[in-house]
Write a protein that binds this ligand. Structure first.
Ligand code: SAH
Ligand code: SF4
Length: 368
């Protein structure tokens, strides 16, 4: 418990410098603290042997190095790990680690719930509760490092937790400031040290922030497209009425660094009879013609009460083939952690459901 003490996690270097100045400490202390917090993963000032005992004591009276509380961990048979995390105010979010042979991505959430009601997304059925702070966003990654024992920060190229994908709950560009701050901490070479090339931010197409993200952070961009025409996109993603396809694509074409080596990823959930016809695939290829990009075809992950079904494998293969023939890479994404419902974009749904079930069960029990 923080007991009113201020959490140092999530402060920018400038903020940490100001906080140290308040207690009369010089800027070089920030370098030391940063090393302990983000390179070594320390959560206890008493471990910080480069600081005097007196300073360790002062810091522990005033500050904490916080982590969200892990309330549940699940491990899939394929190695995917999912953590349910409780925040200071009792709200919960999830993050997921998806390991691959010699690398792995941690999927982070940026909001509790989401304001955008994409019809295929379970998060979209939950109201926005609040934005996460930078500390809560980077804290999810630090929990994953704790769990995998990956402190101090290993050399790049030898890490299990090598990548970050901002594809959990929420729309990162509706919480831009805190998300950007968290990513700046993640990229800091003296700390967590994940290069911008290994970070991918996923947006439903909040046009004004696409340019800003490219300019300020320079991370990879993934855009949830899910349709090749405004008609279909309007029906499944209400945000399209605000920023229609043409504007989204224009912003993609202008995205800094969107050259061949760092192509934009278009996410496309395959919805049976909605967006999966050969005509849709041809329209899609025309829409993004000349844009350095790749597609990620996501088999729709159904949830109870979902208004859609997943396209058949044959339909998805045909769709991918048309995109391939037009010169685009378009793998059908293999669902990871299916047994633990770890799909990004569907986070926390299980826990909300199971809690609801529990509540209903206890209500039923109380009624007896
Ligand atoms: N809000 C951001 C990032 C989180 S969602 C965004 O929309 O881009 C991560 C990805 O999963 C998005 O492409 C989202 O559209 C997709 N997604 C959400 N629900 C899904 C479902 N039930 N099946 C397949 N993909 C889904
Ligand atoms: Fe929000 Fe993304 Fe889900 Fe749409 S797909 S409701 S933007 S989390």
């Amino acid at each position: 418990m923080s007991n009113g003490r201020r959490d140092l996690v999530g402060l920018s270097r400038a903020e940490m410098t100001a906080v140290m100045a308040e207690i009369g400490e010089k800027p070089f202390r920030v370098k030391q603290l940063w090393h302990w917090i983000y390179h070594r993963g320390s959560t206890d000032f008493a471990e910080m042997t480069s600081l005097s005992k007196g300073l360790q004591q002062t810091l522990s009276e005033l500050f904490v190095i916080g982590r969200p509380e892990v309330t549940q961990e699940q491990k899939s048979i394929d190695g995917t790990r999912k953590w349910l995390l409780r925040l200071e105010d009792g709200n919960e979010v999830e993050s997921v680690f998806i390991p691959e042979e010699d690398r792995g991505a941690v999927c982070l959430s940026t909001q509790v719930g989401c304001t955008l009601s994409c019809r295929f997304c379970h998060t979209g059925t939950q109201q926005l509760v609040r934005n996460l702070t930078a500390g809560e966003i980077i804290g999810q990654f630090m929990i994953a490092r704790d769990a995998c024992g990956e402190w101090p920060t290993p050399r790049d190229g030898t890490r299990q937790l090598s990548n970050i994908v901002v594809m959990g709950m929420g729309e990162p560009f509706y919480n831009y400031e805190e998300t950007a701050k968290a990513m700046t901490i993640a990229m800091d070479a003296e700390g967590i040290a994940i290069s911008r090339r290994r970070i991918t931010m996923s947006t439903s197409g909040v046009v004004p922030f696409m340019e800003r993200c490219g300019r300020e952070l320079g991370v990879n961009l993934a855009v949830s497209l899910h349709a090749a025409t405004d008609e279909v996109r309007d029906a499944i993603m209400p945000i399209n009425r605000k920023w229609p396809l043409a504007e989204v694509i224009r912003a993609c074409r202008a995205y800094p660094g969107a050259h061949n080596a760092r192509r934009i990823t278009f996410e496309y959930a395959m919805l049976k009879g909605i967006n999966d016809s050969p005509a849709d695939a041809h329209a899609l290829a025309r829409l993004v013609k000349g844009l350095p990009c790749k597609f990620n075809l996501i088999p729709f992950n159904a949830w109870p009460g979902a208004p859609y079904e997943c396209s058949s494998m044959a339909t998805m293969k045909k769709f991918a083939e048309i995109l391939n023939d037009s010169g685009f890479s378009a793998p059908i994404r293999v669902s990871r952690g299916r047994d633990i419902s770890a799909a990004c974009g569907q986070l926390k749904s299980e826990s909300v459901r199971s809690r609801k079930n529990r509540d209903e069960e206890s209500e039923a029990a109380a009624a007896v």
